[in-house]
Write a protein that binds this ligand. Structure first.
Ligand SMILES: [Zn+2]
Length: 503
């Protein structure tokens, strides 16, 4: 018997519809051919799980492309089209029995609100109805009819922070293998409610812990259920039909799947008022760091300016307060500002400079004028230590470290980057253990990567990375609590193995 072959790839972006920054091709780490597999193999990613499990099954893994960028503004449409067409043309050339892709599931371009749906429907058209397609998604995906009607398997990671993305990829391959073996005739049964989660977005506690427990008990009691994925839609997408989504994967069509999807969707709605956070203000957080010194270093999540939620990362709000306050804390803070990077580089290492930093990208922000010493200039490249994103090569763009008042290390970066990982700071010569606090542009994943290194503390800060009612204007989407939404009627749609929806 010849070896089974599986075509794999990744196109991963969470696209903020209201960021003024377009995400260009330069923001992406793009790999092709064998490079895709080399990097995926040891990585803490869904694609890593896909490659590892397929290899363990003895499959020949056929690579296409892998392109990933930190969350940010809408993707340059031309770049997306190049990636899409490259992937589809490799799918047209290759020989394989199944396709497994890692997508975020909330990618939008300057022209398309649902780029993942466009990619998958074109891929389905190209390969025909008989090749099983499986996708492993981020649980913050905006799952659409175009996506679900084009695939056989659609699985989300189950945890936020995302500690189980490798598992997600492995599960996609296990399900595809079962289709090829004839033991799974996949049906995806879905239900949605028009709401976002204004807070309480972690899965280990609060209402999401209850929802996941209910989903697990359904699956445990009924062997025909292969997976229940709960999607907490990325709130800064702007597309029709946005909401919390339940996707139940069963062997064959199942009344039970409809019951599970309906009940879980209703539960989202019933619990909606409990999706709230209780964040500290900047001054409360800095005061706590000053008082409770034995828990240092603290890792402050700059919730409003989270690059990991698509914000530009150019806020100076925490720097401003830390400079003014009397507690003279030592800290390290990233700020996206390519203009100041160039000015610092021109002045050179050791130079004393006065610069207006940050505040040039996010609407409503303004630069902060500071004086300090240029301590380092680099290309900003580093490898994420993980576990979240472990082994991924990434870049902050050209980066300058500016030390203010002998105690605050400002990491001026040319790009919005992944700072949820200690390696981002180490790459700039900043020893996290030596700080009273570091600021990360991440609200959840940093907890995984700084575990045992620092005390996490989420801070209410301004910016477009944290939901505030009436701050942004959605054009297509309508959801609670931003809009007046009546009690929703739960509509269940089943996508069968022939990929046609049935109500
Ligand atoms: Zn996510």
């Amino acid at each position: 018997m010849t070896r089974r072959r599986i075509l794999v790839g990744r196109l991963f972006h969470e696209s903020h519809s209201f960021s003024p920054q377009i995400t260009s091709g330069e923001a992406f780490e793009t790999k092709r051919g064998a490079d895709v597999l080399v990097h995926a193999w040891h990585s803490g990613t869904t694609l890593g799980g896909i490659v590892k499990r397929a290899t363990a099954f003895g499959y020949e893994v056929v690579p296409t492309i892998s392109a990933v960028a930190p969350p940010g503004g809408l993707v340059d449409h031309r770049f997306y089209v190049r990636c899409r067409d490259a992937l589809i043309s490799l799918a047209n050339e290759g020989e394989y029995e199944a396709i497994a892709l890692e997508l975020h599931g909330a990618m939008a371009t300057t022209e398309l609100p649902d780029a993942d749906g466009d990619l998958l429907s074109r891929l389905r058209e190209a390969v025909g109805p008989d090749v099983p397609i499986g996708i492993g998604l981020d649980l913050h995906a905006h799952v659409t009819q175009a996506m679900l009607s084009s695939v056989d398997i659609c699985i989300a990671c189950k945890e936020n922070p995302h500690s189980d993305v490798v598992w997600c990829g492995e599960r996609v391959v296990e399900c595809l293998a079962a289709i090829l073996d004839g033991t799974l005739e996949p049906v995806l049964t879905t239900a949605k409610v028009p709401m976002i989660l204004p807070g309480a977005a972690e899965t280990s506690e609060g209402p999401l812990a209850e929802l996941h427990a209910r989903a697990r008990s359904f699956a445990a009691a009924h062997p025909e259920i292969w997976d229940i994925s709960l999607f907490n839609v990325y709130p800064y997408a702007d597309d029709e039909g946005m909401g919390q989504a339940v996707v139940v994967l069963t062997h064959g069509s199942s009344r039970l799947a409809q019951t599970a999807a309906t009940e879980l969707a209703r539960l989202f709605w019933a619990l909606r008022k409990r999706f709230q956070d209780d964040l500290l203000t900047i001054d409360q957080a800095l005061g706590l760091i000053a008082r409770e010194s034995d828990r240092r270093p603290y890792v402050l999540a700059d919730m409003g300016d989270r690059v990991l939620a698509g914000a530009p990362g150019d806020s100076t709000a925490i720097i401003e307060r830390a400079l003014i306050r009397a507690d003279r804390l030592r800290g390290a803070i990233p700020v996206t500002d390519p203009t100041s990077v160039e000015a610092a580089a021109k002045a050179g290492i050791g130079a004393q400079v006065t610069l207006a930093i940050g505040g040039r990208m996010t609407p409503g922000f303004a630069p902060l004028t500071v004086s300090g010493v240029v301590a380092k200039i680099s290309d900003g490249r580093f490898v994420i230590a993980g576990p979240f994103g472990a082994g991924e090569e990434t870049s902050l763009g050209r980066t300058a470290v500016l030390v203010l008042d002998d105690r605050l290390s400002i990491m001026l970066t040319s790009k919005p980057g992944f700072t949820h990982d200690p390696a981002a700071f180490a790459s700039q010569g900043i020893d996290v253990a030596d700080q009273d606090f570091v600021v990360v542009k991440s609200g959840y994943h940093y907890k995984l990567n700084f575990a045992g290194i620092g005390t996490p503390l989420a801070v209410a800060t301004p910016g477009i990375g944290y939901y505030t009612p009436r701050m942004l204007r959605w054009k297509r989407a309508r959801f609670w609590p931003e809009h007046e939404v009546p009690e929703p009627e739960i509509r269940v749609i089943a996508y069968g193995s022939d990929n046609s929806p049935s109500a």
